[in-house]
Design a protein around this ligand. Structure first.
Ligand code: IPE
Ligand code: IPE
Ligand code: MG
Length: 255
C-alpha cells in the first residue's frame, strides 16, 4: 500500500531499471521569464521527489542523464553553473540519499580535465559513502555519451587483443557489455524522456537496445513521482517482444 499512488500500476512488475532523460529545464525557465539556470535549480526537487517515488515502487536502478558529452557546447556561464550546481547538489543531498539506502554511482568521464577538481572529489566521496547501500542504485550519467562509452569499450578490448589476452574470434556482445562503464548495471527496461522531445540524445545507446521509451510533454521541473508512476503504468501496457512474433491466431503451433 503506497499512500500517494493514484496511477493504476502492478507493483509486481515494476521495471528493474528506469533511465530518465531529464529535459526541458531551459524552456520551463524561459516560459516564466527566468534565466535557464533557474530552470536547472527547479529540477532538483523534481529529481528527489522521483527518487522517493522510485524507492516506494521498488525500482532497483534509476539512471538520470545530468550532463551529456555534447552539453559542453553550451554557454560557459551555463556550463559553469551546472558544474557548481552538481557540487552543491551532492553536498546537500548526499546524506539524505545515504539515509534512504541509495547507492550513488557516476557513469561517464568524471576525470575529464574540464570537470572541476572539487566536483570530482564530491563525486568520489558520495560514491564511497553510499557504496554498501542496497535499496536502490542511482546512477548519474554525467559527462556521459553513449557513443564515447562504446569507443572506450572498444579501446579496452583492442588493448587486450594487442597484448594477447583476448582472441578476436572470441569477442561477443557480452565482451562489449562487460567493458562498458558500469559492467554490472542491468539494461534499462524503461527510458523516460520529458519535455516532448523524442530522441535519445546519446543516452545509453548500447544498453537501451530493447528498452521501452515513454515520452511525456511534462517539462522536467514539473515532473514528479505521480508522473513517474504514470510512465511506469504506460510501460506496463507494452508488449516487450525482443524480436519475437506477436501472439495471434495465425502463429505456427497454435493449432
Ligand atoms: C535538461 O534541460 C538539462 C540539461 C541538459 C543539463 P535543458 O537545459 O536541455 O532544457 P531545454 O531543453 O533547453 O528546455
Ligand atoms: C539531453 O538533453 C541531455 C540531458 C538531459 C543531460 P539535451 O537538451 O542536451 O538534448 P538535445 O540537445 O535536445 O538533443
Ligand atoms: Mg534540452
Amino acid at each position: 500500500m503506497i499512500d500517494w499512488l493514484t496511477a493504476d500500476i502492478d507493483l509486481d512488475s515494476v521495471p528493474l531499471h528506469v533511465g530518465i532523460i531529464m529535459d526541458g529545464n531551459g524552456r520551463w525557465a524561459n516560459a516564466r521569464g527566468l534565466h535557464r539556470t533557474q530552470g536547472h535549480a527547479a529540477g532538483e526537487p523534481a529529481l528527489f521527489d522521483v527518487v522517493h517515488g522510485a524507492l516506494d515502487l521498488g525500482v532497483q536502478w534509476l539512471t538520470v542523464y545530468t550532463f551529456s558529452t555534447e552539453n559542453w557546447d553550451r554557454d560557459t556561464s551555463e556550463v559553469e553553473f551546472l558544474m557548481q550546481f552538481n557540487v552543491d547538489l551532492l553536498e546537500r543531498r548526499r546524506d539524505e540519499l545515504d539515509d534512504l539506502g541509495v547507492r550513488i554511482l557516476f557513469m561517464g568521464d568524471v576525470d575529464d580535465d574540464r570537470v572541476p577538481q572539487v566536483l570530482r572529489d564530491r563525486i568520489r566521496s558520495a560514491e564511497e559513502l553510499t557504496a554498501s547501500n542496497t535499496k536502490m542504485t542511482m546512477v548519474y550519467a554525467f559527462n556521459y555519451g553513449g557513443r564515447i562509452e562504446i569507443v572506450d569499450a572498444v579501446k579496452t578490448i583492442a588493448r587486450g587483443v594487442a597484448s594477447g589476452s583476448i582472441d578476436p574470434d572470441t569477442i561477443t556482445m557480452d565482451t562489449v557489455s562487460n567493458n562498458l562503464y558500469l559492467a554490472d548495471m542491468p539494461d534499462p527496461d524503461l527510458v523516460i524522456r520529458t519535455s516532448g522531445e523524442q530522441r535519445t540524445s546519446n543516452f545509453l545507446l548500447w544498453e537501451a537496445a530493447y528498452s521501452e521509451y515513454v515520452f511525456t510533454p511534462v517539462l522536467w521541473p514539473d515532473f514528479d513521482r505521480h508522473e513517474f508512476a504514470r510512465c511506469v503504468g504506460e510501460y506496463q501496457t507494452r508488449d516487450r517482444r525482443f524480436g519475437g512474433a506477436v501472439d495471434g491466431p495465425l502463429t505456427d503451433g497454435d493449432g
